[in-house]
Ligand binder design. Structure first.
Ligand SMILES: [Zn+2]
Ligand SMILES: [Zn+2]
Length: 1015
């Protein structure tokens, strides 16, 4: 294990030994609950980067709300049922499809499913623990448990009693590979752009030999199942002659359909076509009632021919129009999506692969008018990626359309993050809601608890007790609520017959949508507990759950209680790779969160996820982002703490006992910043703006490390415990403690590590810090911010002039636009930071020189031919004259030519030896002239640096006073002797000897060779 991971492992062991997680929940007993629902993952796949984001945000919210005073129970959950599990087992057993499952044996198959469900449970637990996600995994809800299923039954029974569960025929999306239908919200998860063929086929009008109805379809494979042609009653249709044939099409589309000459023979309304009989292009299937023109409002003249081919089994509109007209229903596709044997040339082939063959067959019979490639968004199975087909099927539906308005109202109560989800993606989805196709013709799932009788009666027992009561014969006490066991139980019907359970299992999304109730075995379990945990204050999942869990939770809750199950939804974006591509195993661009945590630590991963961008945005993410989080944030905090610890041990400082001292401005400043940041962070988190809270803290750590600690170093070096040193210690102690608390929900490990070492107790059992406005000093913060900016700008100027930091310079001029800033009190600080002898806070004459050019566009017309003359004069004007121009707005070139400021382009450049740098309303000018004295001082600084480096190499205790031996040329020694004070100020020295010491180290400073000895 890498170092970061080892340290975090130690903290984890501390949490386990002290049961800190549960203590943090117990700690808030009797406090207001903040209710959190865990969206159950499936444990038969490995966790990926998206899970790391979800779990980080969940943990963040729960830890923060706990510290903020709420009790946040966190029950884990596992989603265990459904097709994914079955498909995995099929793969494992090397079988495929329902036939082979039944040959293998349903009971054995179900047992395999149960085993497979927890394949990666260990990995999930390790991942969850490593990430620091505190969730109660010892007592999770599991959707396959009898108690969970019993609650789901209770809910479905309730829905059945309300008359909202019905068996119907509906055209539903169907996956031919999984051999089951899908619900509309499942379909919504798998749209892909594909290229397909559309066909315009010729349907011969009965009784003619050359007159055709042109029927259009985007699914040529359905043509052998044609039953009717639909036209719009109010559209105008024309009969057209072209060549030897006649065609009937919508008038509007004739020009698009026919190139070249054609003749219009007749024109009539669609309703006058009704009842026209025709011969379909294919006659594999015998039709008794059909092959005639019918009327339908959904037909338009916007595309195709204005006549629509109707195959009732494969489209919702088709199904309805055929039913309304009492025509035949034809089905030519088997359960695996293949043509039945009646379709002789194509029998047993997957229908969607046969569009080209159908078009060829049409062409061979002279029944093809036109074909065209087109690209459209087509639904694919979200699980196995097969293209879906639309079939008319018998199935069980929940009448969601009856509660649509209630759902919409409930959605209005929810606080969405991001806010646009409410009316946007989620709201629109609700607007287009259809009935929920709840049954699945599969094996591994919650059995649909409806028993039916031949007499037409239905029963939906809502509990095991009810099941036992209604059953014919005894039901074992420990009956398992799964296939095939449950199918062996028959119920007694009022008519005297036996009732059989309908064979379906239910949609897994209904399982997970029932979790607010089923996780506490409602209404059989602890009702008080349920009531205290309903509804949720927050649910947090990826945006793809809009049509998944967010929907199913709202649907189930609205059906059961009429209320919304959550007050707030945090909908998270996707994790993308560096190039903005979706991560996927197959593309090889997927990041492994476990590996990242091992290399950089969970704190770094969490910080990267939390601070990078708002959680609802899609994130471009890479290993580099995590590496940066570690070096910029985690290491910074850790280094500041190490610095404190080093001196705390030397001086035996005790943060609680020894507090006090006389605070410096620097202390006041960092405490003001601490409380100001505390206020900002609290404000942001109140609005769930985690990213900006993280950024405030990141900026604060930079100020703490690169300003407060760096500028306070010398205070810690002084010997003895002065009042100034005491204040420095107390301040740093206070800041570290509070910062650890502020960081606790973000980076729980390092926060715990620091807090534990400072106080001996867990940071996660403390209250989240609140600001003390009395400590906030905005003027001081503003001043210090300006000082830091001045220093930054001066460094930039130095870099631009290529002068080393160690080289002292004479003067720095500072001009600020902001008048309320008081830099006068910080001149020493600025001098030290910039290594400049004198700071001048006002603009003086001569700092800038002006150059002037003629603005031809403005002055040209006025000057005419004299332009050249004026241009020349302008290049020779003096600085005084330009100064006058600025003052009076007028420049006199000759007696008769005067220029205004508008006609002259004035450029202001720094005078020689001055380097300019500006930004944020601040201008600095650095005098870069080097005198002999300045050069000598720069030389001495370099020597000091060499001595410090050598000291470090010798690994001497920082507080140890040493004797320094220096040998060099006499001119160098003269310089050093002249600056002995400086050597003493900067090096912890006893004496300086200008002679060679035995074990001396040879160094080179500029052109000079020196021998340094330290004893
Ligand atoms: Zn599928
Ligand atoms: Zn009956």
């Amino acid at each position: 294990m890498k170092k970061a991971a080892v340290k975090e492992q130690d903290i984890r062991e501390y949490w386990q030994a002290n049961d800190t997680f549960h203590a943090s929940v117990r700690n808030r007993e009797g406090k207001k609950p903040y209710v959190f629902y865990e969206g159950p993952p499936t444990a038969n796949g490995m966790p990926h980067a998206g899970h790391a984001l979800g779990r980080t945000i969940k943990d963040f919210i729960a830890r923060y709300k706990t510290m903020d005073g709420y009790q946040v129970k966190r029950k884990a959950g596992w989603d265990t049922h459904g097709l994914p599990v079955e498909l995995e087992v099929e793969k494992q057993l090397k079988i495929s499809g329902k036939e082979q499952i039944e040959t293998y044996g349903i009971e054995r198959f179900i047992e395999k499913c149960k085993e497979s469900v927890f394949t990666y449970e260990r990995e999930w637990k390790q991942f969850t623990e490593a990430l620091g996600y505190w969730v109660d995994m010892e007592d999770p809800y599991i959707t396959l448990d009898n108690s969970y299923i019993e609650s789901v039954w209770y809910i479905l029974s309730h829905i059945h009693r309300e008359g909202l569960l019905y068996k119907g025929h509906r055209v539903v999306p169907y996956c031919p590979h999984c051999e089951t239908s899908l619900s509309s919200h499942e379909v919504a998860q798998g749209y892909k752009d594909v290229s397909d063929l559309s066909a315009t086929a010729k349907f011969l009008v009965r009784g003619t030999t050359d007159e055709y109805l042109l029927g259009w379809t985007t699914t040529p494979w359905t043509l052998p199942a044609n039953v009717a042609i639909a036209v719009h009653p109010e559209l105008t249709y024309v009969t057209i002659r072209q060549g030897n044939e006649k065609y009937i099409v919508a008038e509007e589309l004739a020009k698009t359909l026919f190139k070249g000459d054609f003749e219009v023979l007749a024109s009539r309304k669609g309703k006058d076509l009704a009842g026209f009989r025709y011969e379909a292009p294919f006659s594999y299937v015998k039709i008794n009632k059909g092959h005639q023109v019918v009327l339908a409002d959904f037909v338009t003249d916007q595309n195709g021919t204005g006549l629509v081919h109707i195959a009732p089994a494969y489209g919702e509109d088709d199904y309805r129009v055929v039913k309304d007209n009492g025509l035949d229903f034809v089905h030519i596709v088997d359960g695996k999506g293949r043509y039945t044997e009646e379709i002789t040339p194509l029998a047993d082939r997957f229908v969607k692969d046969c569009d080209v063959d159908i078009i060829k067959l049409l062409a061979e019979q002279n029944r093809l008018f036109h074909k065209e490639k087109y690209t459209h968004s087509y639904p694919h199975c979200w699980r196995c990626d097969s293209p879906l087909l639309y079939y008319a099927m018998e199935g069980w539906f929940i009448r969601m359309t009856d509660v649509k308005e209630k759902m919409q109202e409930n959605n209005q109560q929810v606080e969405w993050h991001p806010g646009h989800m409410q009316q946007g993606r989620f709201g629109k989805f609700l607007d287009n809601m259809v009935d929920w196709n709840i049954g699945r013709n599969r094996y591994w799932g919650t059995p649909l608890n409806v028993w039916t009788c031949k007499c037409g009666k239905e029963k939906a027992p809502g509990s095991i007790a009810e099941l036992m009561q209604e059953a014919i014969g005894p039901v074992p006490e420990d009956v398992e609520l799964h296939k095939p066991y449950i199918d062996q139980i028959q119920l007694r019907c009022e008519c005297g017959d036996a009732m059989q359970r309908t064979s379906e299992v239910i949609d897994v999304w209904f399982d997970s949508g029932s979790m607010p109730f089923a996780q506490y075995h409602y209404p059989f379990g602890d009702k008080k507990l349920f009531e205290s945990q309903y509804p949720a204050d927050v649910v947090i999942e990826g945006v793809d759950q809009t049509r998944g869990w967010f929907y199913s939770l709202l649907a189930v809750s609205t059906l059961v209680t009429g209320k919304t199950p959550y007050k707030r939804v945090l909908s998270l974006g996707h994790i993308l790779d560096e190039n903005g591509q979706k991560m996927s195993k197959s593309k090889g661009n997927a990041l492994n969160p476990t590996e990242l945590m091992e290399t950089y630590g969970a704190d770094a991963l969490r910080w990267a996820l939390l601070s990078d961008s708002a959680p609802w945005n899609n994130k471009r993410f890479s290993e580099r982002t995590v590496a940066q989080a570690k070096s910029k944030m985690i290491d910074t905090f850790s280094n500041v703490f190490s610095f404190y610890q080093l001196y705390q041990q030397i001086d035996q400082f005790n943060g609680e006992r020894d507090s006090g001292g006389v605070q410096s401005t620097l202390d006041e400043w960092i405490l003001s910043r601490l409380h100001n940041v505390t206020k900002q962070v609290n404000d942001y988190l109140e609005q769930y703006d985690i990213t900006n809270a993280a950024r405030e803290l990141g900026a604060f750590l930079d100020e703490l490390s690169n300003w407060y600690v760096r500028r306070s170093r010398q205070r810690f070096w002084s010997s003895g415990m002065t009042e100034d040193k005491r204040a420095a210690f107390s301040t740093l102690y206070e800041v570290l403690k509070k910062t650890a608390q502020l960081l606790a929900p973000f980076t729980p490990y390092i926060a715990e590590d620091v807090y534990l070492q400072l106080t001996g107790s867990s940071v996660h059992l403390t209250d989240y810090p609140k600001p003390d406005s009395g400590v906030i000093n905005t003027q001081l913060e503003k001043d210090m911010r300006t000082v830091r900016q001045v220093v930054e700008l001066t460094r930039a100027a130095r870099n631009a002039a290529r002068i080393k930091t160690k080289q002292p310079l004479s003067t720095l001029y500072v001009m600020t636009e902001e008048e309320s800033v008081n830099l006068g009190a910080y001149l020493t600080t600025i001098k030290e930071e910039t290594n400049v002898k004198e700071i001048v806070l006002e603009e003086k004459e001569g700092l800038f020189i002006y150059t002037a050019k003629l603005d031809f566009a403005a002055a040209g017309p006025k000057l005419g031919k004299r332009v050249g003359e004026v241009k020349k004069a302008l290049s020779q004007v003096s600085q005084e004259q330009l100064g006058d121009l600025l003052k009076t707005g007028m420049l006199i070139i000759t007696e008769d030519i005067k220029l205004t400021t508008k006609e002259v382009l004035l450029e202001k450049v720094p005078s020689d030896h001055l380097e300019l740098s500006e930004g944020s309303g601040i201008t600095v000018l650095l005098d870069t002239k080097l005198t002999v004295e300045l050069k000598e001082e720069g030389f001495v600084r370099e020597v000091i640096r060499e001595v410090q480096t050598y000291r470090k190499e010798l690994d001497l205790p920082v507080e140890k006073r040493v004797n320094l031996y220096i040998d060099a040329s006499s001119s160098v020694l003269d310089i050093l002797k002249n600056h002995e004070d400086m050597l003493h100020q900067n090096l912890v020295l006893q004496n300086i000897y200008y002679e060679k010491q035995k074990a001396a180290k040879a160094v080179q400073v500029e052109e000079e060779k020196l021998q340094i000895g330290i004893v």
